[in-house]
Ligand binder design. Sequence first.
Ligand code: PLP
Length: 477
Amino acid sequence: MKKSSYHMTTEQFRTEGKKVIDWIADYYENIDKYPVLSQAKPGEIKAALPENPPQTGESMEVMMCDLDEKIMPGITHWQSPNFYAFFPSNTSFPSILGDLISSGLGVQGMIWATSPAATELETRVLDWLADMMGMPEKFKSTSTGGGVLQDTASTSALTAMIAARERATNFQSNKTGIQQKLVAYISTQTHSSLEKAAKICGIGSENLRMIVVDEKFAMRTDLLKEQIQKDKAAGLTPFFICAALGTTSSNAVDPVRKIGEIARKENCWFHIDAAMSGTAMVCPEFRHFQDGVELADSYCFNPHKWMFTNFDCDVFWVGNREELINTFSILPEYLRNQATESGQVFDYRDWHVQLGRRFRSLKLWFVIRHYGVEGLQFHIRNHVKLAQNFTQWINESDDFELFVEPPFNLVCFRHKAGDDFNMKLMNAVNATGKAYFTHTKLNGQVVLRMSIGQTNTEENHVRDTWDLIREIAREIS
Ligand code: PLP
């Protein structure tokens, strides 16, 4: 017999939805029962899944069963309190609920008219954040600039570089293609997303200068100045400089004011990539790290890394929104509407590459309202304190050494027994499933990274991991 509808009913949704919330709550209660790093072998998860889709619909019960049996073994538990790898991508229950409601509303907020609240809540929340983080007035919508949510810091870097390209070419390169030889500047430690941006936006990676860093892995501004002069003498046009507030390898902080002053003098767009460490600016005691931020044309940071807001959520601020809008605005007939034409509203599709956009501000709004400024400060300070404790243990140990003083919550350290030993140690710790951390190379040497920013990480977790690292180091010595 033919069905009149295949949809899930609201009654079924109510019942199954409650079970899903319980499933998530159970997951968090039992998260330490899973190996932090998935132990799945390549192809194993795919092999457990049928080759063909079902011809007839299946029950949620069967799907949830497969989730437990076939999918969970292939999950690396980013939300485990013993996740110290890369940078965190933490979340929180208010964020999950906000995201769920966003899915429930199913809003596509490409322009103001397609859901005024999606635009206006975003504007309000990003103005709140600007105040919460001591940002210059110009980054606020009430001034010349404003903020917009992007998916990732990579997209923000690309957006910034495209706007910089347009400004440097008097908004002509969008029309004629790039006629000038434009040159951009980052450091050797800047995140690879900047190189990707240079490739994608037509600058070319050969026109991206990677400036050498000092002993703290921060950009050397004397070399930046020198390189700019060389490029100008060769008839090239410097147009973009990026400073990192917390590099990926070691969390190094570039000298923001000095770089900003050079950018001003040389008429370059100044972007600050604070993807990981921007969150720390909620605490006034860390703001000295971004002294000179008022010189920036754009700034991005990821609440989806350290601000308890689930992936994806990147904040991108500009000091002059007209430059951004002039770069990205395009108005086909089918998007024309009264609100846009009145000039009284923001249409965020003019602030980035894509047209369609999720209602991301809802989860951020829930997070800020749940924790309050005070709650966010409390947990950020706690992570930094845990990193300081870990640093102290390293300093007190005979076998391990600190590689560089941590400004925030990433500790770079190594065992004194050399590169191979450090790699072996890291792999052995990760194979226990009790903790997960990763490595980098600095000055050609393997360095272990302990990145402490998971929502539920407490002192006992860090202490147990330190004991585990030492125990395994003794075993493999
Ligand atoms: N910038 C820095 C300093 C990062 O550490 C990262 C990622 O870890 C990025 C940019 C890219 O972040 P996203 O994944 O949001 O593009």
